[in-house]
Design a protein around this ligand. Structure first.
Ligand SMILES: CC(=O)SCCNC(=O)CCNC(=O)[C@H](O)C(C)(C)COP(=O)(O)OP(=O)(O)OC[C@H]1O[C@@H](n2cnc3c(N)ncnc32)[C@H](O)[C@@H]1OP(=O)(O)O
Length: 432
């Protein structure tokens, strides 16, 4: 059996595009809340075959410079595929850093567990290194796949529900701006501008892939019966849009499922817009509850309610997984909440250049990370744990409690925790 790992040539693009639809199994994307209720109806067992038009469009993406495909060939036949997309992620200090995004990974069911993904992944990590990307990210279809390659969850998301009768605010919502229901082409203009401003100020947020917002204007009806997307925007006193929401009002014959207002996307640049938008969405006539998906783990709305218990979290999930490809570059790139100096002993089975003892001298204005003598180690960990710690969304104390990292000097974990801390949990509303 001759195995080869390499990018695809022009004549192999169609074969490459055929691999992913064959993998079946559970949906990788988080289903819309209505799909959650609709069960089988929302997820037909077999994906519809891609039309020629779709295949041409996907092929165009594969040829673009931001899409870097990799494939596995067995005896000359393409049986495994994945890709790196070039994106940016916002890291502590609000720097927008190039990141390789692993996506569209699949190995044909007939060729699994023979090490093909390992070969593809090794080739992709090398490719990212050559592109100067010291962070690699992904969102995982299954939690057990990617830890072995040094990826670890760095951002998390929640789905919650709020009964309309219980959604009482502690204080009345006052707003000097205005809310407006707009059509989908207006929304398609609003969202890219809003997101660009948000990702400049939100740790963990990711740059949208080209074409990300194109579907908004078309407003296609999803097959799960959740109905058309509705678009709400908020404008400030000067008439400038400073918040928006996309929601649906799915119909169901089952009274237990009917009446939900499902929030698919929600962003606000300031407190007024945030409060005003949720004020309307949580008290929308002819609905009985709000269901919101892919929300940050710290939702300020919870703290605005007369009773926090009214908001019921129905699902928590890891979102962005990070792989630190170059420890010193990554640690020097981010900002730190408070000054501190520590020696980290880092292990890394796959990227041996990361392994060693690194002295981190860091603070709000910058950091240096240099090789340190053996005797001085404060904390031992692997790059996998560092992937979770890097954006500040996971505390070193929690990883210490889980036996994932070790402390060699009392207090060192607290020092590291203080240095890495972020005021709000990192979050990415956009994926790839
Ligand atoms: C970022 C994304 O694109 S997420 C999408 C990932 N794709 C999917 O989930 C589609 C369905 N699954 C698949 O196509 C395949 O099972 C893949 C791509 C996940 C794995 O491909 P394979 O070629 O079988 O992986 P490979 O043989 O290299 O396995 C490497 C290791 O991971 C393990 N592994 C791979 N997939 C899984 C899994 N789903 N669950 C548990 N362990 C797994 C293997 O047992 C092996 O372990 P080892 O290193 O201890 O020997």
């Amino acid at each position: 059996m001759a195995i080869e790992f390499r990018p695809v040539t022009e004549s192999e693009i169609r074969d490459y595009l055929r691999v992913l639809p064959y993998v079946n199994g559970l949906p990788q994307e988080e289903p819309r809340p209505s799909a959650w209720y609709a069960g089988h109806a929302a997820w037909p067992p077999q994906p519809a075959p891609a039309s020629d038009e779709d295949l041409d469009r996907y092929a165009e993406e594969v040829r673009s410079d931001w899409f870097r495909p990799q494939a596995a060939f067995v005896d000359g036949r393409l049986v495994g595929a994945s890709a790196i997309v070039s994106v940016e992620v916002t890291i502590p200090g609000l720097r927008q850093i190039p990141m390789g995004g692993v996506t569209s990974t699949a190995v044909m069911a007939t060729h699994r567990r023979k090490g093909l993904l390992r070969g593809i992944m090794t080739a992709m990590l090398t490719d990212c290194r050559e592109h100067g990307e010291f962070l690699v990210g992904l969102s995982a279809s299954e939690g057990s796949i990617y830890g072995r390659y040094g990826f670890s969850p760095a951002t998390f998301q929640e789905r919650w529900e709020l009964q309309r009768t219980e959604a009482k605010f502690r204080e009345p919502v006052q707003d000097s701006g205005e809310l407006d229901l707009v059509d989908s082409s207006t929304a398609a203009e609003v969202w890219p501008v809003l997101h660009e401003q948000l990702r400049a100020r939100r740790v963990g947020e990711i740059s949208p892939l080209p074409g990300k917002w194109d579907g908004l204007a078309a407003n296609a009806l999803p097959p799960d019966g959740s109905g058309p997307a509705r678009h709400l925007v908020h404008r400030d006193d000067d008439g400038v849009v400073d918040g928006a929401a996309i929601f649906r009002l799915p119909w169901s014959p089952d009274p237990a499922l009917a009446g939900a207002l499902e929030v698919e996307a929600f962003e606000a640049l300031n407190l007024d817009a945030y409060r005003a938008l949720w004020g309307l969405l949580t008290d929308f006539d002819l609905t009985n509850r709000v269901v919101a998906a892919k929300r940050p783990v710290v939702e300020p709305l919870r703290w605005m309610l007369a009773s926090q218990r009214a908001m019921r979290v129905t699902r928590t999930r890891d979102n962005l997984w990070l792989r630190i490809l170059d420890v010193t570059a990554a640690l020097e790139a981010r900002a730190y909440a408070v000054p501190g100096s520590l020696v980290l002993e880092v292990s890394d089975d796959l990227c041996e250049w990361n392994a060693g003892r690194w002295r981190l001298d860091a603070g709000p204005d910058g950091a240096t990370c240099t090789a340190a003598p053996a005797a001085l180690v404060d904390i031992s960990l692997s790059t996998t744990e560092l992937g979770s710690l890097y954006l500040g969304g996971v505390s070193p104390g929690d990883l210490l409690a889980a036996g994932r990292i070790s402390e060699h000097r009392p207090g060192a974990i607290s020092v590291l925790g203080g240095m890495l801390r972020q005021d709000t949990a990192p979050h990415n509303a956009v994926g790839f």
